[in-house]
Design a binder for this molecule. Structure first.
Ligand code: 3HC
Length: 299
C-alpha cells in the first residue's frame, strides 16, 4: 500500500537493543552486530535465559570463523560488541529496540510500555511478531508512531526477506529507518499492511493448516510430506513446522483461525505436539533423523 519512504528520513543506528534472548532473537542479534557493526545489548527475563542466548550467539560467531566467513579478529570484535544483561537501564541509549518475546498480545504490549519509560523519546521500537496486530501491540505506548513491525524468517541468517509492517500510527521516519536497517542487514524488505499474518504467514498458514487438517483426518505426516514433495517446496511441512517451532506454528494458525474462522484451520493435534516439544528426531549435530516416535503417538 505505501510507497518506499524517503531514505533521508532514516535515523542513524549506533546501538541496538534486543528484548528476548530466544533462538530467533539471538539469531537476529548476531545479524545486527555483524551487519551494522554496532553494540548490541540483549536481555530476557532472567540471567539464565540471557546467558543461553549470548552463548548461542558466541557459538554462531565461532562457527562463522571456522567456516572462514569471518576472520578471527572479526569474530573477537563481534563477540565483544554483544552484551547480555538483565539491567534494562542499559537500553536507555539505544536508537533501535526490537523484541522477540513470547507471542502473546498482552506480554508484548507490556514489554513496550515498560521499555518506553527507559528509552529516549526518539528511539525506534520494532516488533518481530509473526502474526499479531502491530497496532494492538502498540496500544499502551505514549508514542505509537515510532513502532513498526520488523518480521524475520527462520533461519534468520539464510532467509532473505523482512516484512516491514506499517501500522496506522507508524510515521515516515520510523518506516524509513526500518527500510534502511533492513537494507543494511542485507535483506530484502517489503512493506506490508498490518493484517493478520501480514503476507508470508498468511499464505504459509493455509499450507500448514491444510497439511495439519490432512494429518488430523488420519493421513500420516510422512504421507503428507511425500505427497507435497513434487511441488518443489524448499522444506516439507513437517520440517517447516519443526523449524519455526511447534508452539509458534500453533500460535500462527490460531491467530489466523481467530481472525478468519471459516478460512483457517485450528489443529488440536498441533497443540498437543507443541506441548510435547518436537516432531522430528535429530542427531547431535541437529540433522533430522526422522519422525520422533513419541510425537507420532500423539496424533
Ligand atoms: N539455521 C541456520 N542456518 C541454516 C539452517 C538453520 N536451521 N538450515 C540451513 N542453514 C544454512 C546452512 O548452514 C547453509 O549455510 P552455508 O551456506 O553457510 O553452509 C545454508 O543455510 C544452506 O543450507 P543447505 O545447503 O542445507 O540448504 P537447503 O537447500 O537445505 O536450504 C533452507 C535450507 C534455506 C532453510 C531451505 O530449506 C528453505 O528455504 N526452507 C524454507 C524455510 C522457510 O520457509 N522459512 C520461513 C518459515 S516462516 C517464519 O519463519 C515466520 C515465523 O513468523 C513463523
Amino acid at each position: 500500500p505505501a510507497g518506499a519512504p524517503d531514505k533521508a528520513l532514516a535515523k542513524k543506528i549506533t546501538k541496538v537493543g534486543v528484548i528476548g534472548a530466544g533462538l530467533m532473537a539471538s539469531q537476529f542479534a548476531l545479524l545486527f552486530v555483524r551487519r551494522l557493526q554496532v553494540p548490541v545489548v540483549i536481555t530476557d527475563l532472567d540471567q539464565a535465559r540471557v546467558d543461553k542466548g549470548v552463548a548461542h550467539i558466541r557459538d554462531e560467531i565461532r562457527a562463522l570463523a571456522e567456516k572462514g566467513r569471518i576472520s578471527g579478529d572479526e569474530a573477537n570484535r563481534l563477540a565483544a560488541l554483544i552484551h547480555g544483561t538483565t539491567d534494562r537501564a542499559e537500553f536507555a541509549d539505544c536508537d533501535w529496540v526490537i523484541e522477540a518475546v513470547f507471542e502473546e498480545l498482552e506480554i508484548k504490549q507490556n514489554v513496550f510500555a515498560d521499555f518506553e519509560k527507559i528509552v529516549r523519546e526518539d528511539t525506534i521500537l520494532a516488533t518481530n511478531t509473526s502474526s499479531l496486530s502491530v497496532e494492538k501491540i502498540g496500544a499502551k505506548l505514549a508514542h505509537p508512531e515510532r513502532l513498526v513491525g520488523f518480521h524475520f524468517f527462520n533461519p534468520v541468517a539464510v532467509m532473505p526477506l523482512i516484512e516491514v509492517v506499517k501500522a496506522p500510527a507508524t510515521n515516515d521516519e520510523t518506516l524509513s529507518t526500518a527500510m534502511v536497517v533492513a537494507k543494511n542487514l542485507r535483506k530484502n524488505a517489503v512493506i506490508t499492511r498490518d493484517t493478520p499474518g501480514f503476507v508470508v504467514n498468511r499464505v504459509l498458514a493455509v499450507l500448514l493448516g491444510e497439511a495439519m487438517r490432512a494429518v488430523d483426518a488420519g493421513t500420516g505426516f510422512g504421507t503428507v510430506d511425500s505427497a507435497l514433495a513434487p511441488l518443489g517446496l524448499p522444506m516439507a511441512p513437517s520440517a517447516l513446522l519443526d523449524l519455526v517451532g511447534l508452539k509458534v506454528g500453533a500460535h500462527v494458525l490460531d491467530t489466523h483461525h481467530n481472525a478468519f474462522p471459516e478460512r483457517f484451520y485450528r489443529s488440536e493435534n498441533l497443540h498437543k505436539l507443541a506441548d510435547y516439544g518436537t516432531l522430528l528426531e535429530r542427531d547431535a549435530k541437529g540433522k533430522v533423523k526422522g519422525f520422533d516416535k513419541g510425537a507420532l503417538k500423539l496424533v
